[in-house]
Design a protein around this ligand. Structure first.
Ligand SMILES: Nc1ncnc2c1ncn2[C@@H]1O[C@H](COP(=O)(O)OP(=O)(O)OP(=O)(O)O)[C@@H](O)[C@H]1O
Length: 312
């Protein structure tokens, strides 16, 4: 019998997970999984739990929470040689990764994906000893993702990010960086850079419009030094995916990226603090198997038809 380990964050999003737990486990049992669950208690708990589940030979590890929980679960399994498949139940505030994979927020529909979905290979990003599945970045603007207080996020959801973003816009200062990508080089003053694996970031669904999750490439976005009016224009255009043509923006695809900064810049990995620059980003092509909806999805180049095999 296949074994599934549900790792959930009871505090994420609007704190719905505790109530939904029996329903999720019941749905998994009905399709033939032997299930167990682990509630996280704080930082790195989901990572430790995912590592332990991998070592114990679980076939499926399900991350239920926001992007931070998914990031920790990915970090727990990505280093291991024999990796379990990954399932996702979106229960956070922005749920960028689930959104990119078209996994619905509705708990019944998210369980439908887990029970009837297909397995899909997904690239994973690595920087230093850390992994990310969605996005990495640095620059003052990216720091707002961990400055938004969790109580505010619970109360007003995604709007909390925009409130904080507009509050910060006037105080953002440029940084001098060198960015090497697949043998080429950019040097200059920037407001932020993003290394993206998915097209949906921070609620902006067209931020990296050419990104595929299984192409072995990152989408690198650089916002060059701008004034406030330019920054507002780029952000507004980003809602429609039109920012990539702006002369203040560089949009590049690459599998290996090295970033150095003169200033003390902090890295952000999937919305959580990820140490300081310099950083060397490598794309681990098709590193993890994720359960996704059983249909053709625009975020993948290749569609696999493999479903969860309960017989071996
Ligand atoms: N029981 C808990 N109580 C409080 N915080 C927790 C608990 N378990 C995990 N955490 C913290 O929650 C963070 C991850 O939150 P998560 O991403 O799941 O939800 P979110 O912040 O609401 O959503 P999003 O990341 O989409 O904005 C981690 O930093 C982790 O340290």
């Amino acid at each position: 019998m296949k074994r599934a380990r549900l790792i959930y964050n009871p505090s994420s999003g609007r704190e719905q997970m505790k109530k939904n737990l029996p329903y999720i486990l019941d749905r998994l049992e009905k399709v033939g999984f032997e299930t167990s669950a682990h509630a996280t208690t704080g930082k790195d708990c989901a990572k430790r739990a995912a590592k332990q589940a991998t070592e114990r030979g679980f076939d499926l590890v399900i991350a239920a929470g926001g992007d931070g929980t998914i990031n920790e679960v990915v970090n727990g399994i990505a280093e291991q040689e024999k990796r379990p498949s990954l399932g996702v139940i979106p229960a956070g505030t922005t749920n960028d990764f689930a959104r990119a994979l078209h996994i619905p927020r509705d708990i019944t529909e998210a369980c439908d994906v887990l029970c009837n979905g297909r397995l899909q290979n997904v690239d994973v990003g690595k920087v230093g000893q850390d992994y990310f599945i969605n996005i990495a970045g640095a620059g003052t603007l990216t720091e707002l993702t961990y400055e938004v207080p969790s109580r505010l996020k619970t109360m007003i959801g995604q709007v909390a990010y925009y409130v904080k973003g507009f509050e910060k816009l006037p105080s953002i200062r440029p940084s001098h960086v060198t960015i090497e990508y697949d043998g080429k080089k950019f040097e200059g003053e920037i407001m932020l850079f993003l290394v993206s694996n998915t097209n949906s970031v921070g609620g902006f669904e067209k931020l990296a419009p050419k990104a595929y999750l299984d192409d072995g490439l990152f989408d690198l976005l650089i916002l060059k030094k701008t004034n406030l009016a330019d920054a507002v224009r780029v952000v507004t255009n980003a809602l429609r995916g039109e920012h990539i043509h702006d002369d203040r923006v560089l949009y590049i695809q690459a599998s290996h990226i090295i970033v150095h900064s003169e200033q003390d810049l902090h890295l952000n990995l999937d919305g959580e603090y990820g140490g300081k620059l310099p950083g060397e980003f490598s794309n681990l092509h098709n590193h993890i198997n994720v359960i996704v909806p059983n249909k053709k999805l625009a975020c993948f180049q290749t569609t696999t038809n493999e479903s969860f095999n309960f017989n071996n």
